[in-house]
Design a binder for this molecule. Structure first.
Ligand SMILES: NC(=O)c1ccc[n+]([C@@H]2O[C@H](COP(=O)([O-])OP(=O)(O)OC[C@H]3O[C@@H](n4cnc5c(N)ncnc54)[C@H](OP(=O)(O)O)[C@@H]3O)[C@@H](O)[C@H]2O)c1
Length: 229
């Protein structure tokens, strides 16, 4: 009998993270989903997929909550670790008029904390598994137009920090995936975004699946197409 595959999704209370959980549950996986507070939506999903969803409390900016999760998961094996949590602040602003705190909050939540979480949880992923982090098309320095300038900078910083992670962990045999999901209608993406969640997330999960046993760092869109750094 083959063992049920397991994914841990960090930041799954709503939006793309919630959709990742629903998609992997639909594909027969065991899903560990994290939220910052109790989520009735995740509870309802647990009722739809009995025995396949575990919910944990984690705030990626509070390292002790990530370390406590690592402790609780001791001895478990993750086929995929997906760090999705992120925020967007001061999206129309620049260093001229943005609040410094908004920029610092994005740098912490979107860049520093996800890579710290990968460092804390990555050893639960055996060789051949994948560590995926939700970045954005906007994290590409080469393609930058100035749109959402401060948020884009935090995703470019995330990409850079993952380059460092990859260099430090080159013997781990993990697929390290910086995932760009497209512009999607969520609370963050807003109503003008071009894609529904259903037009993005199933392709993202297909892309992860296609890359799982291929070690090394890649910055990819939902079609499995490499993006320029
Ligand atoms: N939507 C898009 O068009 C788009 C495009 C490219 C990339 N992305 C990226 O995709 C990811 C998800 O975005 P989304 O559109 O689904 O946004 P969203 O609807 O605003 O959801 C953000 C998620 O991140 C969680 N989160 C925020 N700060 C956290 C923290 N400190 N610790 C743990 N969880 C935290 C939120 O939890 P709470 O409910 O507790 O706040 C929520 O589950 C983000 O990394 C975003 O940058 C989105």
């Amino acid at each position: 009998m083959t063992q049920q595959s397991t994914v841990l999704v960090i930041g799954a209370s709503r939006g793309l993270g919630f959709a990742l959980v629903e998609e992997w549950l639909g594909r027969g996986w065991l899903v560990i989903a994290t939220a910052r507070s109790n989520s009735t939506e995740l509870d309802k999903l647990g009722t739809r997929f009995p025995g396949s969803l575990e919910v944990e409390m984690v705030d990626i900016n509070e390292s002790d909550t990530v370390r406590a999760l690592r402790h609780r998961l001791g001895g478990r094996r993750l086929d995929v670790l997906f760090i999705n949590a992120g925020i967007a602040r001061a999206i129309e602003q620049s260093p001229v008029n943005a609040s410094e705190q908004d920029f610092l909050d994005m740098m912490l939540t979107n860049a520093f904390s996800p890579v710290r979480a990968a460092e804390t949880l990555g050893d639960l992923v055996p060789g051949g598994g994948a560590i995926a982090v939700m970045t954005s098309e906007l994290g590409s320095i080469e393609n930058a137009t100035g749109f959402w300038q401060l948020y884009s900078s935090s995703k470019a910083a995330l990409n850079m920090l993952m380059k460092g992670y990859a260099a430090k962990h080159e013997d781990d045999d993990h697929a390290l995936l910086l995932v760009a999901p497209g512009w999607v209608r969520t609370e963050m993406g807003g109503g003008d975004a071009t894609l529904s969640v259903g037009e993005s997330i199933p392709l993202v999960v297909d892309m992860i699946e296609a890359n799982r046993r291929k070690p090394g760092l890649r910055y990819l869109d939902r079609f499995n197409k490499p993006l320029p750094w």
